[in-house]
Design a protein around this ligand. Structure first.
Ligand SMILES: [Zn+2]
Length: 135
């Protein structure tokens, strides 16, 4: 099967569907990564949690603040957003750059609630569509 790998390293034998699977896999790996969990640990806000009877609960309540709307959310209601967007890659040779765009410095990461993240993504897609149309 790999007898006809082109010598010019164009990797044209890699199907577009394979590239999509690699992209998705890397994004999912980041979501499950210790690196992302470590970033979230730096952003967690702990407050005292009370039981129904008014006693202080053993575990604190952990919340994260969305940088857009400033509201506080539980960990499953937020996304770790890349400020400078990760984007895509169309060529396997760009995979290393793509990797480092995902596993970037903490400076490029921020907490967004799901709603604000959805809005940001829509905004970026609109801008992309516009720039493709006019540039
Ligand atoms: Zn928000």
């Amino acid at each position: 099967m790999f007898d006809n790998i082109p010598e010019n390293n164009s990797y044209s034998y890699i199907d577009r569907k394979d590239l999509t699977a690699i992209r998705t896999g890397l994004r999912q790996a980041f979501i499950r990564s210790k690196y992302r969990a470590e970033f979230m640990r730096t952003k967690r806000v702990e407050t005292v949690q009370y039981k129904k009877n008014g006693d202080v609960a053993k575990r604190p309540m952990v919340r994260f603040q969305c940088v857009e709307c400033s509201c506080m959310f539980a960990g499953d209601k937020i996304n770790v957003d890349h400020i400078k967007k990760v984007g895509s890659f169309l060529d396997i040779m760009d995979i290393e750059n793509f990797f480092f765009r995902i596993w970037c410095d903490f400076d490029n990461l921020q907490i967004l609630c799901i709603e604000c993240h959805t809005l940001k993504t829509k905004r970026e897609r609109r801008l992309d569509a516009l720039s493709k149309k006019y540039l």
